[in-house]
Ligand binder design. Structure first.
Ligand code: ATP
Length: 241
């Protein structure tokens, strides 16, 4: 695979989306700084200099888009497993795309679709991980955040990236063979909201209930007086009630 390395770029996802036709599964883009790092629905991923991780990997699924549902959960499981292998404790996953450390946001995932047809789906899988934020950098983030600076040993960024790249590729292959079912155990181990009261925000509406984990498609299972119902889709945000 190839690695595109930038000191500075607008967004590693944007770079990969712009070059998708030339890319192969496993190709990766890494930047030291993003001037327009992206979150979901036009939100921003704050991406200052400082050895933080901003990376995007290209992946081609030999299947239609319906088979990509739940993919961001797989990526969450991959990143959590890799960080745990580096000795990080206190990790948690928040459906559908966030990684927490000690109940604050450590890392974000943004899966974007480059192209899809009946037998192929091209995806760009972006992730940002805070390594060691300065107070000034952190002040610009409008929700509780965390980084890896409190660890006894901060992982070496290059080693972490190499391990992440390997784990992501292996997990995506497993996902293609076995589906999300192969990851449910890991998801459940790290799920921060299971059996808790939550609200799902689906502007302009919201629905509250008890989170009962996820199903085989990656939908969030919400229990209300009407029973347990799956919720899926890029427009939904989960919050503690
Ligand atoms: P959702 O629950 O819908 O995913 P979210 O607020 O987590 O909502 P995302 O699109 O996943 O939204 O991530 C973008 C948000 O993450 C930003 O609006 C900001 O609050 C927060 N954020 C931005 N940069 C960072 C960062 N470097 N570290 C931690 N959090 C960040």
């Amino acid at each position: 695979g190839r690695c595109f390395y930038f000191d500075e770029t607008a967004s590693t996802n944007a770079f990969m989306l712009g070059h998708a036709t030339e890319l192969k599964s496993g190709d990766i883009c890494i930047a030291e700084y993003q001037s327009a790092g992206r979150g979901r629905r036009g939100r921003q991923w704050l991406s200052p200099y400082g050895h933080h991780i901003y990376a995007s990997m290209f992946w081609r699924l030999n299947n239609d888009i319906s088979h990509a549902s739940g993919l961001s959960l797989v990526i969450g499981c991959s990143i959590v497993k890799t960080l745990a292998d580096f000795g990080v404790e206190g990790l948690g996953l928040k459906w559908p795309n966030d990684i927490y450390l000690d109940h604050s946001k450590l890392a974000g995932i943004l899966v974007e679709i480059s192209q899809s047809s009946a037998n192929q789906t091209e995806l760009v899988i972006g992730f940002g991980i805070n390594m060691s934020m300065s107070v000034e950098q952190g002040e610009l983030i409008d929700q509780p955040w965390s980084d890896l600076s409190s660890l006894k040993e901060i992982p070496d960024k290059t080693e972490l990236l190499i391990k992440l790249h390997k784990t992501l590729k292996a997990d995506l292959q497993l996902f293609e063979l076995k589906g999300l079912g192969a990851f449910l155990e890991r998801w459940n181990e790290y799920d921060l909201f299971v059996n808790r009261e939550v609200s799902l925000l689906m502007a302009p509406n919201s629905v509250s209930g008890i989170c009962r984990g996820i199903d085989q498609q990656g939908a969030l299972l919400l229990e209300t007086e009407q029973g347990i119902k799956p919720y899926i889709g890029g427009e939904i945000s989960l919050r503690a009630a």
